[in-house]
Write a protein that binds this ligand. Structure first.
Ligand SMILES: Cc1cc2nc3c(=O)[nH]c(=O)nc-3n(C[C@H](O)[C@H](O)[C@H](O)COP(=O)(O)OP(=O)(O)OC[C@H]3O[C@@H](n4cnc5c(N)ncnc54)[C@H](O)[C@@H]3O)c2cc1C
Length: 284
């Protein structure tokens, strides 16, 4: 199939892009890397009358360290994240996750902001943004607002972005030296979307983890936080028994949904496998 006919505009500034978006309303779609949108247009799952290409907007580009916040522009590609020294130093979870996203050709074009805005529950970046307590910087008709990642992913492919909003960047707090992380993903082949995945971050002192963020993806309608499991682990000495208890609790707590090829039972089992691997890795 071919996409339906549409107009195409490429604004030079964020102000102009917001004006065009406000004028066109729900008839418009932003296009960044196009790695998701072009497929939905070609399959006619989406038939916008105008595409607004945001790839010229300098406000959405680059990775910067601003005091204690790492700012990742919405147009930063998956490859730029994978290769950035600032990311390696201040958000190593993202560096670990990036190679799991599709293949190099897609990572060279697909963007951080496009992935977050699309809100695919199987995608790596939404889960990582939750694990890292990220804040979304959004510009809309009323100016700038900030939304915590925990309030951003609302439902299946649904975020708190309004049709006339543009996700400009994300801020991530810079960790101290006691932060540990683990990224685990189970996929049929490298580059496939995950059957199940886990983005985990915690503070570590000896064998004790605190402030755990355990975010599972590709198991529900949104990335899912294992709140009860986090509370069980928090502040206790992590040993074989606590890990076994945590695996039991996480399998009860995470309400998995089957997908086309994997049953809910299989995913529920994998949630426990991922947690056990992550806890053992983080405590070493
Ligand atoms: C074969 C294949 C395999 C893939 N595998 C994976 C995978 O394993 N893991 C994974 O996470 N992804 C995967 N992807 C998706 C890829 O990572 C996309 O790049 C990403 O999901 C969307 O980024 P994009 O820049 O291409 O967005 P686009 O396709 O340009 O846009 C996606 C949506 O986000 C909106 N949007 C884009 N930018 C903004 C913004 N700044 N503000 C507001 N709305 C915005 C667009 O309007 C559109 O609705 C795969 C894609 C393909 C084609």
């Amino acid at each position: 199939m071919k996409a339906a006919a549409f107009d195409y505009v490429k604004p030079a500034s964020l102000t102009e892009a917001l004006r065009l978006l406000a004028e066109a309303g729900e008839e418009a779609r932003l296009i960044a890397g196009g790695q998701t949108l072009l497929a939905t247009l070609n399959m006619r799952l989406s038939e916008p009358s105008v595409l607004i290409d945001i790839t010229n907007l300098s406000e959405l580009k680059g990775i910067q360290l601003n005091g204690k916040q790492l700012r990742i522009g919405a147009l930063v590609t998956h490859t730029e994240i994978e290769e950035s020294d600032l990311i390696t130093k201040h958000a190593p979870l993202l560096k670990a996750a990036a190679p799991h996203i599709a293949h190099r050709a897609i990572r060279n074009l697909g963007t951080w902001g496009g992935s977050l805005a699309y809100g695919d529950p199987a995608a790596e970046w939404p889960a990582c943004s939750l694990a890292l307590n990220a804040t979304m910087i959004i510009h809309g008709p009323a100016g700038e607002r900030k939304i915590a990642a925990k309030d951003f992913f609302v439902d299946l492919y649904t975020t708190s972005l309004e049709p006339d909003d543009i996700l400009v960047a994300t801020e991530i707090p810079v960790p101290d030296s006691s932060q540990v992380f683990c990224f685990q993903e189970l996929a049929r082949r490298h580059g496939d979307y995950a059957v199940a995945g886990l983005a985990a971050v915690a503070q570590k002192q000896g064998a004790v983890l605190t402030q755990c963020q355990l975010i599972f993806f590709s198991v529900g309608a949104t990335p899912l936080t294992a709140v009860k499991t986090q509370a069980l682990i928090d502040g206790k000495k992590l040993n074989e028994q606590l890990i076994a208890d945590a695996v039991k609790v996480v399998r009860e707590e995470i309400e998995v949904i089957a997908d086309l090829t994997n049953s809910a039972e299989a995913k529920q089992h994998l949630v426990g496998v991922l947690l056990e691997r992550a806890l053992k890795q983080m405590i070493v």
